[in-house]
Write a protein that binds this ligand. Structure first.
Ligand code: PRT
Ligand code: ZN
Length: 287
C-alpha cells in the first residue's frame, strides 16, 4: 500500500525561501529544490514540498491542498484563514510598523485620525487602528509602500521593517509597532492521524535544530586550581563534563552555552585562566 506523504508549502523565492529549505535540510530531509521546481518529494522522509508565493500559503493550507506550511506571521494575520500555528521557526524576524515623514509632527497615534495610510496589510492595520480608536483612510498598495508619502499618495505608511534602512532612506520615521513577526509553521485543521504522526516527527526535529542553533558546544583546558571557578561560569545542560588531561594539574572541560551569553562567558573564562578554548556549532540538540 502506498503510504501518504505530508505536504508542506514553503515560499518559492523570497526572503523566507532559503531559511525554510535550509531548516528542512538541517532536519535531515533531502530533496531537490532546483530553480523553477513547483513540487519535490523528499527521499528519506514522508514529505512532499510545494514551492508557492507566500501570500497563497495560508489559503492552500486552510483548503487542504497542503497539510502544513512555513509562512510569516504577518501574512498569516492578514490572510485570516482557519489554520493552526504549531511552531515558531526563529527566522524571518521583522515588525509591521507605522511610519511618518520626518516632518510630520507626531505625538500619538491619535495624530493619524483622518489621515491616509498606505499599506499592504489593510486588515491587520484596520484592526490596530480600531483597537486604538482611530479612524484613518487605509490605502492598500501591493509594493513599494515606502514611497507613497513622497509621491503624495499617503500621509503615513504601515510596512514591514527589519533593519530600518528602507524607512531611513525614504525620510520616514517609525512611530508605532503594529505587530512583530517571524516565520511560523502552520497546519490545517483535522489532520488525519497518520499525517499527524509525521508532523510530530518533523516538529521534534525542528525543535532539536532550533535548540542547537541557540547553543554552542565549548571545550577548554583549565588549570585544576581554577577548575571550580571556571565550572561556576558555565551553565551546561546539567553540569559540565570534566576530564583530566595528560599534563598533570590540568583538566579538559566540555559544556553547552547559550549563544546570547557567549562572548561574556568566553571573556570570563579567559580571565579565570582557561586556555585552548574551542567553540563548536551544534547540529541537533535533543533534550
Ligand atoms: O513573491 P512572494 O509573494 O512569495 O514574496 P513577497 O515579495 O511577498 O515577500 P518577501 O519575500 O519580500 O518577504 C517574505 C516574508 O519575509 C515577509 O512576509 C515577512 O514575514 C518576512 N520579512 C522579514 C520581510 C522583511 N523581513 C523585510 N524587511 N519582508 C519584507 N521586508 C521588506 C519590507 O517590506 C521593506 O520593503 O524589506 C524592507 C524593509 O527592510 P529594512 O531592512 O530596510 O528595514
Ligand atoms: Zn508575497
Amino acid at each position: 500500500m502506498n503510504k501518504q506523504n505530508l505536504k508542506i508549502a514553503v515560499q518559492k523565492s523570497g526572503r523566507l525561501s532559503e531559511d525554510s529549505i535550509d531548516l528542512l535540510k538541517t532536519c535531515g530531509i533531502s530533496f531537490n529544490n532546483g530553480s523553477g521546481k513547483l513540487k519535490s518529494v523528499a527521499q528519506d522522509f514522508p514529505l512532499e514540498i510545494f514551492f508557492l508565493r507566500d501570500d497563497d500559503i495560508p489559503e492552500y493550507v486552510a483548503d487542504g491542498v497542503a497539510d502544513i506550511g512555513m509562512v510569516g506571521e504577518n501574512v498569516l494575520a492578514e490572510a485570516e484563514k482557519d489554520v493552526e500555528m504549531c511552531e515558531r521557526l526563529g527566522f524571518g524576524k521583522c515588525r509591521l510598523a507605522l511610519a511618518v515623514p520626518k516632518s510630520f509632527e507626531y505625538q500619538s497615534i491619535k495624530n493619524l485620525s483622518g489621515k491616509r495610510v498606505a499599506t499592504s496589510y489593510p486588515k491587520v492595520l484596520g484592526r490596530f487602528l480600531e483597537k486604538n480608536d482611530v479612524t484613518a483612510e487605509i490605502h492598500t498598495i501591493s509594493g513599494s509602500v515606502e514611497i507613497a508619502p513622497s509621491i503624495g499618495l499617503a500621509d503615513a505608511v504601515c510596512d514591514l521593517v527589519s533593519s530600518g534602512s528602507t524607512l531611513f532612506t525614504n525620510n520616514l520615521r517609525e512611530v508605532e509597532v503594529v505587530m512583530t513577526s517571524e516565520a511560523v509553521l502552520i497546519q490545517r485543521k483535522n489532520l488525519a492521524a497518520d499525517l499527524h504522526t509525521i508532523l510530530e516527527k518533523l516538529v521534534f526535529r525542528i525543535r532539536a535544530v532550533k535548540a542547537a542553533r541557540q547553543n554552542k558546544y565549548i571545550l577548554l583546558n583549565a588549570p585544576n586550581e581554577k577548575l571550580e571557578e571556571i565550572i561556576n561560569i558555565l551553565p551546561g545542560i546539567k553540569s559540565p563534563t570534566v576530564m583530566p588531561l595528560a599534563e598533570t594539574g590540568w583538566s579538559s572541560v566540555h559544556s553547552v552555552i547559550n549563544e546570547n551569553d557567549f562572548w561574556e562567558i568566553v571573556e570570563s573564562l579567559k580571565n579565570k585562566g582557561a586556555e585552548g578554548i574551542l567553540v563548536l556549532s551544534i547540529d541537533q540538540m535533543i533534550s
